[in-house]
Design a binder for this molecule. Structure first.
Ligand SMILES: [Mg+2]
Length: 404
């Protein structure tokens, strides 16, 4: 066991509503919640609203009845994933070892930071906590411990603005007074069954005679006992080589000066990359087009969507404008390249938004499947061209991973 609490769990406080209040600070201190009137569910409630009995997920109608002064805020598209990205980017200024667990929760491993004293760790994590609130306007609770299990329980133990440090060697004592449902794997049904057997708190599990423990948990008994003692060896998992961009390029056998031909080639490259982005369960925000004139002179320009997308149709409208902006000399081109960056995970999106593009995405998925079956691509919008023969020695395209 490490002599220092090098594992940190962070959990943003009432994240969605905090993001909204970062945009509308005048509403701070009032009872606020994010939720849809149409969907009728509270997605996030601030602590003032919680004090009024509002919780998530609660039907909006019930929340308004309970709390007539509740200010109901509609979710802002793209806001939460953007603030989440900035939140984890700030964490990565402290350590490169950051596991983004959900939109507002993550683990940090401070192992690579070279800390030798507890005071250094505390100072650095408190500084990060301050930076987050100053730069993003949202508050985050931190738990520090020697492992992920205890750190995650610690961050949730005291909220909001929590900072809970579990000293090495005190993990079992720290967990002892918690309800048994803090132990991973003990869900509602198991909890009810264990309550009936007289087990309510973690310390009740520790106190069980071995035979009784085995009767209740069977083969899982040793694992449950270890967890109850706060023992955990799960590593902080950083996604290796998560793709930061997707790109492809085409070098023409003969330089091309025809605008609509270049436009078609560009759209075809979008068609080529987007299925890869979808297959990786990612979305992109930014499209960059680069051109090269025959004298090896390059020019590039880019444009971003307000919300990341994994649909070809979101980026097609940019193509003409980007080409006009970048291809100023109108001399024939030797090469065109397309790059998608601003890569995001759709799982970081709020559930409410997922419905919106579901239909289009299903269609795109069907096309991907069809295209993967045969050599002949299914035409999407009439801009498929026969592939250009390659110049010898030219590299064609590649999917650039972040690790490369
Ligand atoms: Mg949270």
């Amino acid at each position: 066991m490490s002599a220092l609490p090098l594992i940190v769990h962070l959990d943003a406080d009432a994240f969605f509503v905090s993001c909204e209040l970062a945009l509308q600070p005048a509403l701070r201190g009032k009872r606020c919640a994010v939720g849809g009137r149409e969907r009728g569910i509270i997605a996030s409630a601030n602590y003032e609203a919680r004090a009024g009995g509002v919780y998530t997920p609660m039907p909006t109608a019930q929340a308004l009845k309970l709390c007539p002064d509740l200010i109901l805020l509609p979710p802002t598209r793209g806001l939460y994933s953007e603030i989440s990205r900035q939140l984890f980017d700030l964490c990565e200024t402290l350590t490169p070892c950051v596991q983004r667990h959900s939109i507002d929760e993550g683990f940090l491993d401070l192992g690579p930071c070279g800390f030798t004293a507890l005071a250094e760790i505390e100072k650095s994590v408190r500084a990060l906590q301050q930076r987050i609130v100053q730069q993003l306007g949202v508050t985050v609770s931190f738990g520090l411990a020697t492992n992920k299990l205890v750190a995650a329980i610690a961050s949730k133990a005291f909220k909001p603005r929590g900072f809970t440090l579990v000293s090495p060697g005190t993990e079992a004592d720290f967990l002892a007074p918690f309800k048994i449902n803090v132990i991973p794997g003990i869900g509602k049904i198991t909890e009810a069954r264990l309550n009936q057997a007289g087990l309510r708190l973690v310390k009740d599990i520790i106190a069980l005679p071995t035979l009784e423990l085995q009767r209740l948990f069977g083969n899982a008994a040793p694992a449950i006992l270890a967890l109850a003692r706060g023992e955990d060896t799960e590593p902080v998992e950083v996604l290796q080589a998560a793709a930061q961009s997707y790109s492809t390029q085409e070098t023409f056998p003969q330089d091309i000066g025809n605008f609509s031909q270049i436009e078609q080639v560009t759209k075809r490259m979008i068609d080529e990359l987007m299925p890869k982005i979808r297959a990786d369960d990612k979305k992109s925000k930014t499209l960059t087009i680069k051109i090269r004139y025959s004298g090896m002179e390059d020019n590039s320009t880019s444009r971003s969507l307000t919300e990341a997308s994994d649909l070809e149709s979101s980026f097609y409208p940019f193509v003409t404008a980007l080409l006009k902006a970048v291809w100023t000399k109108r001399r024939p081109l030797r090469l065109v390249s397309v790059r998608f960056s601003g890569i995001e995970h759709p799982s970081h999106q709020l559930e409410i938004f997922k419905e919106v593009d579901a239909k289009k995405r299903r269609l795109a998925g069907v096309l991907d499947q069809l295209n993967s079956r045969g050599p002949q691509p299914i035409v999407r919008s009439g801009h498929q061209l026969a592939p250009q023969p390659k110049r010898p020695g030219d590299t064609d395209h590649g999917c650039a991973g972040g690790g490369r």
